[in-house]
Design a protein around this ligand. Structure first.
Ligand SMILES: Cc1cc2nc3c(=O)[nH]c(=O)nc-3n(C[C@H](O)[C@H](O)[C@H](O)COP(=O)(O)OP(=O)(O)OC[C@H]3O[C@@H](n4cnc5c(N)ncnc54)[C@H](O)[C@@H]3O)c2cc1C
Ligand SMILES: *[C@@H]1O[C@H](CO)[C@@H](O)[C@H](O)[C@H]1NC(C)=O
Ligand SMILES: *[C@@H]1O[C@H](CO)[C@@H](O)[C@H](O)[C@H]1NC(C)=O
Ligand SMILES: *[C@@H]1O[C@H](CO)[C@@H](O)[C@H](O)[C@H]1NC(C)=O
Ligand SMILES: *[C@@H]1O[C@H](CO)[C@@H](O)[C@H](O)[C@H]1NC(C)=O
Ligand SMILES: *[C@@H]1O[C@H](CO)[C@@H](O)[C@H](O)[C@H]1NC(C)=O
Ligand SMILES: *[C@@H]1O[C@H](CO)[C@@H](O)[C@H](O)[C@H]1NC(C)=O
Length: 537
């Protein structure tokens, strides 16, 4: 029942399109779609001479390298991965406006890609004919230190954002993810967090304006889009609502010298007790201190050949080493942190360290986009609202060792995360959450995909007793199609409610209301987009 409604309106709009554009449409050969799309885009931009440089047909020699440049999960770099009919690489706003208008006009789905880091590849893969709107050229960053703001276009990477801030000031930063190649477009529209979240919250908590192109091809800012839509695109996922062109963000202060460290312990070194204490300390300690906990099955060095669990505490402190050592001597004695283990550095050098560069690397490395390079990976997420007991942890270690490879990452909340109301932005996981869990597994051989995706799902299933319930919450930016797959890519309301409530809890209904108002035909859709009210479509 629910499914027939969107399908009906889909056919209705197809009919309308056939009527308005008697020439090629779906079902005809790719080249004719290309020709009519190109003509439409040319007609709808104020720079028609540029159009021939930004529209790539499948037959174009550069097509596959443009496509592959921002594939960030090798699972979607195989011959059976569906390819777009066309890739558009806009150089200015009007190209984006024309692309939205023309994709709609010829009845082809649009996938919006900024940095391409979506864990399920939904910015560049789809089961129906589709066009990729690839935003990588729109990457301007304007940093205004006097007013402590920056205007950042969506095609910029986080590394470029950090670098641009550092060029202008050594005492400003921005709270966002630790992987420098992640794109601003998906990251900021989907919530975005990094190692300053306990002090400054999420990236979305610092957004003060945005420029977007709506479903009608109109260019809007905070004022003209209205309060509701501006709320939605700060964590609700841009791709359900509009094409984001840029965000204006507040910068945050960082000290001239920060401290980072890593401490590792295996089960033989009492890692379990460490994790018990970590759960008490990490979400409650000084909010300048972020201590990520990585849990990984590894081979024991002590008992040769046997498997164990390694717990690694990886930390950033917005202050000096002496201070963090004295805080943790008192609060977290089992960590045994020594001053010699700590490294004091500038904030930008801590960014490089967190990005896994060695300590001789210069900040310019943050500008390296590392194109066309990816691992095979699967991620899932959970929220822990209660500490896991020692018995519980020991049982989890056993399961992790049995499974063999999938790791867990615990990211502590607290601080600012607990102060911001759950409905201030679409991101709802605030007070009451001790830490977020990421399930993480990487591999190199396409033959092993089934093995490792199954492994991650099993561990997720074992974790059920220890994590949030009703709904079992998840983080939008750790996209996971297991939690509400829609085989039609059309998303009926009921299916949308399943993943929607996991990602957005009590904010889901407001997102549906906004979606139904700004995109009633559900043009901006994907496997996990915000559905429109039944009857609206
Ligand atoms: C290696 C790696 C490390 C990561 N580390 C972190 C981390 O530290 N913290 C964290 O919070 N997350 C992290 N993530 C997750 C990351 O934040 C999300 O995958 C994010 O959505 C990526 O943004 P993108 O622009 O690179 O991705 P894309 O794949 O381009 O986009 C992701 C989603 O946003 C939509 N979208 C993209 N651009 C626009 C736009 N301009 N307008 C409207 N919709 C748009 C896409 O259609 C898609 O649905 C990481 C991911 C990877 C692969
Ligand atoms: C584009 O404009 C030309 C000239 O104005 C017109 O003939 C043509 O039908 C238009 N095509 C599309 C797809 O809008
Ligand atoms: C491929 O497409 C690009 C972008 O539109 C264009 O600049 C280039 O000329 C095309 N190359 C060929 C061989 O058609
Ligand atoms: C682990 O804990 C036990 C019991 O508290 C203690 O005797 C032992 O020394 C600890 N081992 C290490 C490596 O810290
Ligand atoms: C980098 O680390 C090595 C060893 O950890 C150290 O000897 C070296 O001095 C460090 N270099 C810089 C520039 O900090
Ligand atoms: C995609 O696969 C090709 C080989 O077929 C490889 O050269 C390229 O590096 C891969 N790119 C990504 C992003 O996985
Ligand atoms: C799956 O992965 C595990 C862990 O690495 C490995 O032991 C096992 O042999 C793999 N199985 C297959 C079928 O590849």
């Amino acid at each position: 029942m629910e499914k027939s409604i969107p399908l009906f309106s889909f056919y209705l709009s197809l009919l309308l399109i056939l009527f308005l554009y008697p020439s090629p449409s779906l079902g005809e050969d790719d080249n004719s779609v290309y020709v009519s799309f190109l003509q439409c885009v040319t007609n709808h931009t104020n720079s028609p001479d540029q159009v021939s440089n930004i529209v790539f047909a499948q037959s174009n020699v550069s097509f596959s390298s443009v496509l592959r440049n921002y594939i960030r999960n090798a699972r979607f770099n195989i011959s059976s991965t569906p390819k777009p009919l066309i890739i558009v690489t806009p150089l200015q706003e009007s190209h984006v406006q024309a692309t939205v208008i023309c994709a709609k006009a010829i009845g082809v789905q649009l996938k919006i890609r900024s940095g391409g880091h979506d864990y399920e590849g939904i910015s560049y893969v789809f089961d129906e004919p589709f066009i990729i709107l690839d935003m990588f050229n729109l990457r301007k960053i304007i940093v205004d230190i006097e007013n402590e703001v920056a205007v950042v276009q969506v095609g910029a990477t986080l590394g470029e954002v950090y670098y641009s801030i550092w060029e202008k000031s050594k005492v400003h930063g921005f709270p966002a993810g630790v992987c420098p190649t992640v794109g601003v477009g998906g990251h900021l529209s989907g919530g975005g967090y990094g190692n300053m979240l306990r002090k400054y919250g999420l990236s979305v908590d610092q957004i003060i304006d945005a420029e977007i192109v709506d479903v009608n091809g109109k260019l809007l800012n905070k004022e003209s889009m209205g309060e509701d839509l501006f709320w939605a695109i700060r964590g609700g996922g841009g791709a359900s609502f509009a094409v984001i062109i840029s965000y204006t963000v507040k910068l945050v202060p960082v000290p001239e010298i920060v401290t980072y460290f890593r401490v590792e312990k295996t089960l033989e070194e009492n890692a379990t007790d460490l994790v018990v204490q970590w759960q008490q300390v990490a979400p409650n300690t000084d909010d300048r201190l972020f201590m990520r906990l990585l849990l990984q099955p590894v081979t024991s060095k002590v008992k040769k050949g046997e498997a164990t669990i390694r717990a690694s505490v990886v930390a950033l402190f917005l202050g000096r080493a002496d201070e963090v050592v004295s805080i943790l001597e008192k609060d977290f004695p089992l960590l045994g942190l020594k001053k010699e283990t700590c490294v004091e550095s500038s904030w930008i050098d801590s960014v490089l360290w967190w990005g896994n560069f060695d300590n001789e690397t210069k900040p310019e490395a943050l500008l390296d986009r590392d194109l066309d390079s990816a691992n095979f990976l699967k991620r899932k997420s959970d929220y822990a609202q209660n500490p896991i007991s020692k018995d519980g942890l020991e049982w989890i270690w056993k399961k992790m060792i049995e499974l063999g490879k999938t790791g867990l990452v615990f990211n502590p909340y607290g601080g600012k995360m607990w102060e911001i109301p759950a409905d201030a932005t679409p991101f709802p996981h605030r007070a009451g959450n001790l830490f977020k869990i990421q399930y993480s597994v990487n591999w190199k051989d396409p033959e092993e995909t089934k093995n490792f995706t199954t492994q991650a799902r099993r561990l997720y299933s074992y974790m059920t007793p220890f994590v949030s319930k009703n709904p079992r919450s998840a983080f939008l930016n750790y996209r996971d199609l297991d939690i509400g797959v829609n085989e039609f890519g059309e998303n009926s309301f009921d299916e949308g409610k399943v993943y929607g409530e996991k990602y957005f809890n009590g904010n889901f209904q407001r997102l549906v209301k906004i979606k139904s108002a700004v995109d009633p035909e559900n043009f901006f859709r994907n496997e996990q987009s915000i559905p429109v009210y039944p009857g609206k479509n």
